[in-house]
Design a protein. Sequence first.
Length: 389
Amino acid sequence: MTSNDRQTALRIGRRAAAALFFINGFVVGSWAPQIPSFVSRLGISEFTLGLLIFCFGIGALFAMTLAGQLIAHWGSRQTLRLFALPVVIMLPMIAQTSNIWIAAIVLTLFGGVIGGMDVAMNASVVAIEKQLGRAIMSSSHGFWSLGGFVGGGLGGIAIQAFGPLNHAVIVAVLAAIGVALAYAYIAEDTVQPLRESRYRFTLPNQSTIYIIGAMALLSMSAEGSVLNWSALYLQKELLADTATAGFAFAGFSGAMALTRFGGDSIRNRFGAVATFRLSGIAAAVGMLAVGLSPWPWLAIAAFAFCGIGLANLAPILFSTAGNQPGLNAGVSLSVLTTMGHSGILLAPSLIGFVGGLVGLAPVYIAVAILLGVVSLLSGKTAAADAASC
């Protein structure tokens, strides 16, 4: 393959990766406005919903570990193809579930498919970055947020107009078209996959990576609180209708997407530490406004402002982990990914438990305080700037 052919393949591979990030975010975003009807159909409380979301998180974490093993042996391309196919049918399966035990199984599978695809997508982007010689991670995550914006924004309107099941079928058809277009063009890996049957993984003994992982956990917990609880919060506590409730996650994702597309330029100008500190403060202020808001549209605007703040936290933390002195980048990133995604996938279930007792407004205020703590630790992200040196 000539140099021009390789560059062309990489450009197409980047578009395929962007499309798959968008599809993953679109399906997850479409799940958010489905949650109120899901709760109503099953006749469950916030506490029980929290348990079901916990099943989603357990499935995702298991699949993330499995995906890492599959990537080591098969490569990111084949692993991504494996997880991208079943994501198409997940939402229709959920939308017609009326039994709580079946719902637990389906949500576990849903979490597994989303989580495994997430790891494989990020590994694919890393492979593309190495071949391009420049970063594209922030913009890739921007496409995920854009997908969430479209899914959340149109989801509430579609559910109100056509019903939950028809909405889920529409999402499945659109996701299937996107996967079909991207499937053949997923980028090749930069290194040969391992063929050995044994694989040994050792946790690092450097405390800094676990502090960074805890920062990721808290940051991504905030994202999970918006994904899984924003629509229900607007409906139950701020008395919004279904269509309006869907705009909470849509506004959050849309603002996050726009900020992420410019995230690399912002960080290059102001540095990782300053960008992280200001972003954390903005996220905390936005989340505090959510918890104190008496009106749905003010809460939606606050969710969007929080999205602006949260947008660059995870990408900076990924760069920080990958550039930790004295640590293998792959090991550091695996620790960060596991801890961070534990936040976005498992913390929402805890929010359900607490929210069922005291309401969701106090929970969002507590999340704002935790984001303030994260911003105080911004000095730990200095290593992220090593990526641009």
